[in-house]
Design a protein around this ligand. Structure first.
Ligand SMILES: *[C@@H]1O[C@H](CO)[C@@H](O)[C@H](O)[C@H]1NC(C)=O
Ligand SMILES: *[C@@H]1O[C@H](CO)[C@@H](O)[C@H](O)[C@H]1NC(C)=O
Ligand SMILES: *[C@@H]1O[C@H](CO)[C@@H](O)[C@H](O)[C@H]1NC(C)=O
Ligand SMILES: *[C@@H]1O[C@H](CO)[C@@H](O)[C@H](O)[C@H]1NC(C)=O
Ligand SMILES: *[C@@H]1O[C@H](CO)[C@@H](O)[C@H](O)[C@H]1NC(C)=O
Ligand SMILES: *[C@@H]1O[C@H](CO)[C@@H](O)[C@H](O)[C@H]1NC(C)=O
Length: 531
């Protein structure tokens, strides 16, 4: 059944022909520094004739950066995307995309006027056909060359400042693996010099917005590829997990019977080839990952360093983390204390919020635990567990946003590590998206999490419920009084009839308050991290 479904999909999408828009990868585009492709429906750049958008100069924020990266003008990712382009499409209204041909997140329909809300669900709540569909979509993405995007296989310098473009096709799944590699790769300083303390998507405030956008774009590509406009990525709720319970052949792949570091041959993913995993090799040659297959996915869940990551995160860890009131703090990097971002990322103790370089907790704990492809930052997205894991991390970010309702100003505007200021454009996305644009509720981006919906609207929970809690005591008292009154009235009415007969009285028992507080068990275990 699964195979038949997959076959149909593969057959109907036999395009076989990968984040640079293919339409902007020519030497002309690179020399002119312009990426304003035509919208196919009207042929005009950025769909200008249809009022979708127009080609505009990119305005870069000049807010100061943190001290972590002490160079200027050595890395193509600095002041993204100015090394490659200085003009891109600026879309109006609800339009989005490199040529304004798509809709903003949360909108659909031919003119992008229909508001949409999609729900990400627990992978265990998917029916068997739904789950098989998800696995089939992954397989299809891994086997379909991206029609819209290509990856650069050389630096801007290696392309002779754009005059000799170097780009490769890439499949839709690997496009995202490559983006995650490129955003976190080291800086080539020339010769054999490498600068490792740089990451445009981790160890700083942009960690959560970046991965949020990453998943949204991933969903959008799958929606386009399959025509399933309602597709959402499922999440893996790993709270209190004792092992990798999704590491079975029905889900994300079981263990190989003969080699514990490989996936079971029965698994959908055992035949997948990974890319962008040989970081030291690229560094020694000062070249970029070019998408060449590098062998199978490696995974050995639970074989990790237990001193660094004693166990997977618990519900109490998550709750404790959510209570941190500051989104970011201090140095805004992996040394930040009491930073919600740093704690959720896994560089700080979830109970104290104090940074601890000897431990990998929360988000990092899952990466370490998988002890394989997932454990190296640059290649981690090769393992599809990455998607399920980050969907759950994003749901915790969402809970924090709903609980603390931060103003946009709470996201740091200046002095964050390079690429992480509020107005910085996120590497390596084209079109352009700012970190601050994703520091808003997921509802405003058109999606929600089923387990956050179940617990009722958060407006209700955060704003109405506290009053209801108070009021409920009065209500119950009033209800009790009303009931007593009604009974008394009835009793009085009956009294006239019963006057000459026997008199009986009933007593009302006091009503009980519902239990409103949940009990939580806080262990005093420590986790911390450093990937
Ligand atoms: C954009 O880059 C082109 C090519 O280098 C240059 O001619 C042009 O002046 C630049 N425009 C802006 C606004 O910087
Ligand atoms: C979309 O907009 C175009 C141009 O304004 C209009 O002709 C068309 O009827 C609209 N379509 C829908 C479905 O609203
Ligand atoms: C590329 O541009 C840089 C800075 O503008 C310049 O120093 C370098 O010589 C150029 N390289 C080539 C191959 O054109
Ligand atoms: C997506 O969901 C909407 C609303 O539930 C529904 O009307 C539409 O038919 C669905 N589309 C597909 C392709 O299933
Ligand atoms: C797996 O864990 C062991 C320690 O248990 C560690 O030495 C090794 O580097 C880890 N491998 C990966 C790929 O994370
Ligand atoms: C974080 O807190 C620890 C423990 O109080 C302290 O040693 C460390 O210097 C603090 N780090 C920063 C960056 O303030």
């Amino acid at each position: 059944m699964f195979l038949a479904f997959l076959f149909c999909l593969l057959w109907s999408f036999q395009i076989s022909l990968g984040h640079f828009p293919r339409a902007c990868a020519s030497s002309k585009n690179l020399m002119e520094k312009e990426c304003c492709p035509p919208w196919q429906e009207d042929g005009s750049p950025c769909g200008q004739l249809s009022g979708r958008g127009s080609c505009q100069d990119i305005l870069l924020s000049n807010a100061p950066l943190g001290p972590q990266f002490p160079f200027r003008g050595v890395d193509d990712r600095e002041s993204w995307p100015s090394v490659f382009y200085n003009r891109t499409c600026q879309c109006s209204g609800n339009f989005m995309g490199f040529n304004c041909g798509a809709c903003k997140f949360g909108f659909g329909g031919p003119n992008c006027t229909e508001k949409r809300l999609l729900v990400r669900r627990n992978i265990y709540d998917l029916s068997v056909p739904e789950k098989e569909k998800f696995l089939a979509y992954l397989t299809l993405a891994k086997h379909t060359t991206s029609p819209d995007y290509v990856i650069p296989t050389g630096t801007y310098g290696q392309m002779n400042n754009g005059s000799t473009p170097m780009f490769n096709d890439i499949n839709i799944y690997d496009l995202f693996v490559w983006m995650h590699y490129y955003v976190s790769r080291d800086t080539f300083l020339g010769g054999s010099e490498i600068w490792r303390d740089i990451d445009f998507a981790h160890e700083a405030p942009g960690f959560l917005p970046w991965h949020r956008l990453f998943l949204l774009l991933w969903e959008q590509e799958i929606q386009k590829l399959t025509g399933d406009e309602n597709f959402t990525v499922p999440y893996w709720d790993w709270r209190d997990a004792e092992n990798c319970d999704i590491c079975t052949d029905e889900y994300m792949g079981g263990r190989h019977p003969a080699n514990p570091t490989l996936l079971s041959p029965v698994s959908f993913f055992s035949s997948w080839q990974i890319i962008c995993s040989r970081v030291e090799e690229y560094n020694s040659r000062q070249v970029l990952c070019d998408g060449t297959p590098e062998g199978p996915i490696l995974r050995n869940p639970g074989n990790h360093d237990k001193a660094r990551t004693p166990r997977l995160p618990s519900s109490a860890d998550v709750e404790s983390c959510l209570r941190l009131t500051q989104y970011e703090s201090g140095s805004m990097d992996r040394a930040a204390n009491f930073s919600f971002r740093n704690t959720l990322e896994g560089f700080a103790d979830p109970f104290t919020g104090i940074a601890d370089a000897s431990q990998s907790s929360m988000h990092n704990a899952l990466h370490m635990y998988m002890n394989g492809t997932m454990s190296q930052v640059q290649g981690s997205a090769n393992d599809p567990i990455f998607l399920l894991h980050h969907a759950f991390v994003d749901s915790i970010f969402e809970q924090w946003l709903r609980r603390h309702r931060p103003l946009q100003e709470v996201y740091p505007e200046a002095n964050a590590p390079i690429g992480h200021n509020r107005e910085s454009y996120m590497v390596p996305f084209i079109p352009l998206y700012r970190n601050g644009d994703f520091f808003i509720s997921s509802i405003d981006l058109g999606y929600d999490y089923s387990y956050l919906q179940d617990s009722d609207s958060d407006f209700f929970r955060n704003y109405i419920e506290p009053y209801l809690e108070q009021a409920s005591r009065i209500w119950l008292w009033l209800l009790g009084a009303a009931l007593a009154g009604a009974v008394l009235t009835a009793a009085l009415a009956g009294l006239t009839n019963l006057l000459c007969r026997h008199h009986k009285r009933k007593q009302l028992s006091e009503e009980k308050q519902p239990l409103l507080m949940e009990k939580e068990d806080y262990h005093s275990l420590l986790y911390q991290s450093h990937v």
